[in-house]
Design a protein around this ligand. Structure first.
Ligand code: ZN
Length: 173
């Protein structure tokens, strides 16, 4: 079910999110939370990823839209059949020394964009809804998304580290 997106100023965005515990994996409650995140993301204009604190739930979870993951996996980006991918208890286990500048926005900081320097490439380890571990290596946009979302789980917003943040009339991201 679609949930309201929490915006900058709400304390939940500044909390360190709690890990999902072993007994939560495979439960209907966890699946329902992933569905809520996906449903909320789908109606957010230009939304590509969302972290659980952004719907007010302080848990270490983020969800990436299927078409973004598909691009990386070289599937047809137009395909609607690729489902969103949930990352539970995610950790960056490798980050390239090579950096890249990204123009970034955030669903929780509407109308504000900024330039931020992040690693060009990262490897993320996480668990799926059943608790099974998996690992994804990504560069460019997907690496940026992973770093942005994991920052959310640490209580960090992109505006904390952006070189220049600017307001625009465009409220899409
Ligand atoms: Zn964000």
């Amino acid at each position: 079910m679609e949930k309201p997106i929490v915006t900058d100023g709400d304390a939940v965005l500044r909390d360190k999110a709690q890990p999902v515990s072993e007994k939560e994996f495979g439960t209907d409650e966890l699946q329902a939370l992933l569905t809520d995140l996906s449903d909320t993301l789908r109606v957010a204009p230009n939304g590509v990823a969302i972290a659980a604190p952004q719907i007010g739930v302080s848990k270490q979870i983020f969800v990436v839209r299927g078409f973004i993951m598909a691009e990386r996996m070289r599937h047809d980006p137009e395909s609607d059949s690729i489902t969103d991918v949930a990352f539970i208890n995610p950790k960056i286990v490798r980050a390239s020394r090579k950096k890249e500048r990204f123009d970034e926005g955030c669903l929780s900081v509407p109308g504000v964009y900024g330039t931020i320097v992040r690693s060009h490439q990262v490897t993320v380890q996480a668990q799926d809804v059943t608790g099974t571990p998996f690992e994804v290596n990504a560069a460019g946009l997907l690496a940026e998304i992973f770093q942005h979302e994991i920052d959310h789980l640490e209580g960090v917003l992109f505006i904390d580290n952006a070189e220049e943040a600017y307001k625009t009339e465009n409220h899409e991201a």
